[in-house]
Design a protein around this ligand. Structure first.
Ligand code: ZN
Length: 194
């Protein structure tokens, strides 16, 4: 089966409540795909992804609350929205975003900053900020020698036959050529498996 948003659990909004910090959507969860309390998820409205948390899930009457800080993308009462957890939701957002610009780029190793953080050694591509609290301890020539596909985690590097190039968006997310043609081009969520 190829996954689509039709197959995702649904949340039917019955009431909207706003306060200074949050919007709370009260509603009903899908009986066939019970959502659990504290599920960090997205509600999806076309290509808009609204991040939040399901709280107060009542498994007897299937009522729940979805709490979000997103006050820009408003959802409406008496409408049903598909929900995805944050892992698959992040990937689905990449695939369904029509405004995102993708460029085919041959991977080229670049220098990396070597750093120490909590006793562990790490590398960061030169030009990017080190993680909080990291101490820079040196430079590794051409140390940034691969990227991973955001969807399937395939390695993209100069030494990977057929994956010596990838597709890169404006936020430096890399996708391998197979995921690009299977999912991004086709706007397909076929990589999701629940
Ligand atoms: Zn991939």
């Amino acid at each position: 089966m190829i996954f689509s948003l039709e197959d995702a659990p649904k949340f039917f909004i019955t009431m909207v409540q706003r306060d200074n910090n949050y919007i709370k959507y009260f509603g009903k969860i899908d009986k066939e795909f019970p959502i659990k309390t504290d599920w960090i998820a997205y509600l999806i409205d076309g290509s808009k992804f609204i991040a939040g948390t399901f709280t107060e899930v009542n498994s007897e009457n299937f009522s729940a609350t979805f709490q979000t800080e997103d006050k820009i993308n408003l959802l409406t009462e008496n409408k049903q929205y598909p929900a995805l957890d944050c892992y698959w939701g992040d990937r689905a957002r990449l695939v369904l975003d029509e405004k995102r610009k993708w460029q085919k780029i041959y991977f080229k190793s670049t220098d990396a900053d070597k750093f120490k953080l909590n006793g562990a050694i790490g590398l960061q591509q030169v030009g990017n900020e080190l993680p909080d609290g990291a101490e820079r301890i040196g430079l590794v020539k051409e140390g940034w020698d691969h990227e991973h596909c955001y969807i399937c985690w395939q390695t993209i590097s100069e030494t990977e036959v057929n994956n010596e190039f990838g597709f890169v968006d404006e936020n430096n997310n890399w996708v391998c050529q197979e995921c690009y043609s299977e999912f991004i081009e086709k706007k397909s969520l076929g990589f999701i498996n629940y």
